[in-house]
Each structure stands twice: as C-alpha cells, then as structure tokens.
Design a protein. Structure first.
Length: 121
C-alpha cells in the first residue's frame, strides 16, 4: 500500500477504536425509565400491524386452499378423461338407446325395454 493509504487506514482505526463518551452539552435525563411508554400512538401502530398480519394470514390461507382444491379438481378431471378414453371413447349409441342407462335403475321406458322411450309427466 501507499503511504497515503496507510495513513488513512491508521486514522480510521484510531477513530473507531476510541471509546464513545456522551456529549457533555446534553443535559442528563430527569424522566425515570419506568415512565417512558409508547403511548396511544404506539398502541395504535402495533394494533394496526397485528390486524394487518391476521388479515394477510387469512388471505394467504384462502389462496393456498383454493390452489389446492383447483389441483384436486384438475386431477379428477384428468382421471375422468383417462377413464373415458380407455372405455372406448364417447358413447356413439343413439339417444333412445342411452335413455335406458339411468344409474338409479329407473328406466324411462318402464320395465319393457322394447316399448321405446316414453315421456314422464
């Protein structure tokens, strides 16, 4: 290093190494430390931060739950599409033939499948 760099570094080290003494021009504190409180504005600020934190956590929980449900629904849809593709694709039977495929077991044509579709009133 150069002589100027050494002098600058030495001066900086000496200044930082000096003990910090309070300024003699400042008066000593006459208020006891017990009486120093944040006051009403401190309470309002902390209450605001607490309420904001709770609202942010509720919103984040809602968003995470919504994202998880969307993923589950997406997986169900993909599984249904995979099942439909392995079953032979879409049902190509005429509508009259599909009417008898009621999952509850109630055939709109009644007990006789040869009677054809009937309208229920």
């Amino acid at each position: 290093m150069t002589a100027v760099g050494d002098a600058t570094l030495g001066a900086a080290v000496r200044l930082l190494a000096q003990p910090q003494t309070p300024d003699a021009t400042l008066p000593a504190s006459t208020v006891p430390d017990v009486d120093v409180t944040p006051g009403v504005w401190g309470f309002v600020a902390i209450a605001f931060v607490a309420i904001a934190t709770v609202l942010i956590i509720v919103d984040m929980t809602r968003r995470v739950r919504r994202t998880r449900y969307r993923g589950e629904v997406r997986e169900r849809i993909e599984a249904e599409r995979a099942d439909a593709s392995t079953d032979g694709g879409p049902d190509d039977r005429p509508e009259e033939a599909r009417l008898g495929d009621d999952p509850r077991g109630d055939s709109p044509a009644g007990d006789d499948p040869s009677a054809g579709p009937q309208q229920r009133l």
